[in-house]
Design a protein around this ligand. Sequence first.
Ligand SMILES: Cc1cc2nc3c(=O)[nH]c(=O)nc-3n(C[C@H](O)[C@H](O)[C@H](O)COP(=O)(O)O)c2cc1C
Length: 191
Amino acid sequence: MTRIGIIIGSTRPVRNGEQVAAWVHELASRRADAEFELIDLRDHPLPHLDEPKPAMWGSYQHEHTKEWSARIGAFDGYVVVTPEYNGTAPGALINAFDYLFAEWTDKPIALVSYGVLGGARAAEQLRSMCGTLQMAVVGPQVLLSFATDFEGQTAFRPTERSVAMLNTLLDKTISWSNALARMREQVLSVS
Ligand SMILES: Cc1cc2nc3c(=O)[nH]c(=O)nc-3n(C[C@H](O)[C@H](O)[C@H](O)COP(=O)(O)O)c2cc1C
């Protein structure tokens, strides 16, 4: 069964990200064509990148990196739920990406962002970063605005339009996860 991880990009003690990620997980879990699991960065408290070798060499020294590698490597695709901090994604989230390379490569990723302007700038930065990691960033995107999808900036109330956008995003993430899993298997079988 195709496995897709939903990454919670915020680590703050009081975070809107938890409500948003729970919504993504709930809608996604109604599907029979893939399995979804929440990945909370709080469960992987990575220090500022402290590996002596670049991730693309695939040689990890620290236990926290090996654990993160095993967790991320087990999925066929990802949905990242990100807030926007100072016009980009949270440092903890970017740091978590920087730790690994092959675990991300040749897999799809979808972006669910939130903020004053739907977290659009954070999503754009992640789109570019994930492209560099040779991930396939799916086109459909969910942008959740404090003006329309939250009450008082803290109570998450997704609009019907956002629900429809999320379903479209999940369709594409699942189909690309299946296609790229086959591609990775073919590459492995000829090498
Ligand atoms: C350090 C910091 C920077 C922020 N910068 C932005 C920003 O550039 N654009 C924006 O729309 N919201 C910004 N915000 C507001 C966040 O979108 C809002 O606090 C959101 O709830 C953060 O997600 P979280 O609660 O899951 O951590 C910022 C919040 C913090 C803590």
